[in-house]
Design a protein around this ligand. Structure first.
Ligand SMILES: [Zn+2]
Length: 479
């Protein structure tokens, strides 16, 4: 007997294969059978007639390290999108391992201010398990976090003994179940790190077959060199490389994704490499003067220096105050911002590339966040697949499920198939849509009926039903 039978729906199984009519039978948190099961007994039945039934979405690029430890009151930014698994610790910044009473330097503060209490990565995973996360979590170790811990002067490369200490922490984290290392060479705490440093720190990845995700050193004028460096690091380590939120910043770089994607295609012939991307032509991170100068508009997402600036245009504030936008960066900091600095053609080209997965890069602790935090996955399905016909619904689902699971080594997730974990989303393809905008960034998405995580109903019509259905996923060693 099934615990749950999702019947009458159209299954898009996450592999990219064409849709088919099928019921899905679940027991013990796993998918037992897929097919015509209508006559079979079940304790509960979920009517999916006229709906798409697909694997739960995997958000491969998140900064949800701290969000996962809490149960937000009201709608959940990820559950309401149909996300069932998140990859945390991206862009070089992870909550662990770091023990500190002080707020570490930006951008680590994007993770929130007061939770730096995990001396070992395994302590964080244990705390997450004890808290009972809302979603499944696959966690990465941040290179910048390791630098803050072991390199007293962040303006220089690590010495050999410092790199050795960072590598030991990484090995310890991989043993505890971390999926790999993330880097953010773009950001101040890691800018002085050389490729050789990253290769030395990442050495334990090779034997463990963990992966490396990279917020590359430059996404603007010097992107070609930055890409070459990232690909070199991945190749030297002999591990799977994920290029984070691939994009082109600044007007004079618009259109260059033709070249960068060709570079990735060439590299993919000789090393495992893929990318993630969010479906917007504006980015968001800490407030940085260099990024302000590359943007046609900048919105402040939070500010300690002037909290009233949150949600306002930096350019309008500068006009009001009779100064340059760049000169406001220091008085507002620490702060975050949304930058309008990409071209839609590059976003479409990158999102449509067969090696591109969907990742939100949302920042859950921003006062006025980028709408990607609440809208990424329904926006790909509604705006880009259905309305713009950038790709089929099957391809869109594959980019947020099967492809992501395979690339991150989530062996029993990302597909509607026998013996896979029962992470499942039921949605209406005619009306699925993101509702979050730059003006209303926390509006929940529309069109998602039900979200099941490990066989349990976690979210129904936008309302959280079970905020603790997730599991801490621990990378399995490949012997
Ligand atoms: Zn990043």
């Amino acid at each position: 007997m099934f615990d749950l039978l999702i019947f009458g729906g159209t299954v898009v199984d996450g592999s990219g294969a064409a849709r088919r009519q099928a019921d899905v039978g679940i027991a013990g948190g796993r998918i037992l059978a897929v097919g015509d099961l209508s006559a079979q007994p079940a304790r509960q039945r979920h009517d999916a007639v006229g709906r798409i039934v697909c694997p739960g979405f995997i958000d491969v690029h998140t900064h949800d390290d701290r969000l996962l430890l809490t149960s937000p009151a009201g709608p959940h930014p990820k559950l309401t999108q149909g996300v069932t698994t998140v990859v945390t610790g991206n862009c070089g910044i992870s909550l662990a391992p770091l023990l500190s009473n002080e707020t570490p330097p930006a951008p680590l503060d994007l993770l929130g201010a007061d939770d730096w209490r995990y001396d070992r990565f395994g302590d964080y995973l244990d705390a997450l398990e004890a808290a009972g996360p809302a979603l499944n979590a696959a966690c990465l170790v941040g290179h910048s976090t390791l630098r803050v811990r072991h390199v007293p002067d962040l303006r220089r490369p690590a010495t050999a003994p410092e790199a050795e200490r960072m590598a030991r922490d990484l090995a310890d984290a991989l043993d505890a179940g971390a999926f790999g290392l993330s880097t953010g060479l773009y950001y101040p705490p890691a800018r002085a790190a050389t490729a050789e440093e990253v290769i030395a720190v990442g050495a334990p990845l090779s034997a463990a077959q963990g992966l490396i995700t990279m917020h590359i050193r430059d996404e603007a004028d010097a992107i070609d060199d930055a890409l070459r460096e990232a690909l070199h690091i991945g190749q030297a380590l002999g591990v799977s490389t994920v290029l984070s939120h691939h994009k082109l910043i600044g007007q004079r770089n618009h259109g260059r994704s033709v070249n960068t994607l060709a570079m990735v295609d060439t590299a993919a012939l000789s090393q495992p490499v893929c990318m993630d991307c969010y479906p917007y032509n504006a980015s968001s991170t800490m407030l940085l003067a260099s990024r302000v100068g590359q943007s046609r508009e900048v919105l402040v997402t939070w500010s300690v220096g002037d909290p009233s600036a949150a949600g306002k245009s930096l350019f309008a504030l500068a006009r009001e105050r009779g100064c340059s936008p760049e000169s406001l960066v220091e008085p507002l900091s620490p702060a975050g911002a949304v930058y309008f600095a990409m071209h839609e053609d590059d976003v479409r080209r990158i999102l449509g590339h067969p090696l591109t997965m969907v990742g939100s890069d949302g920042l859950a602790h921003d006062a006025v966040p980028h709408p990607r935090l609440w809208g990424t996955f329904p926006r790909v399905l509604g705006h880009y697949a259905r309305d713009q016909r950038l790709f089929s619904l099957e391809t869109a689902v594959h980019k947020m499920t099967g492809l992501s699971a395979r690339r991150f080594g989530l062996r029993d997730r990302g597909l509607i198939a026998q013996d896979h974990a029962a992470d499942i989303v039921v949605f209406d393809e005619t009306c699925i849509a993101d509702r979050a905008t730059f003006e209303q960034p926390t509006a929940p998405s529309a069109g998602i009926d039900a979200v099941f995580i490990n066989g349990q109903l976690a979210c129904a019509h936008g309302h959280t039903v079970n905020a603790h259905a997730g599991q801490v996923l621990r990378r399995q060693r490949s012997f």
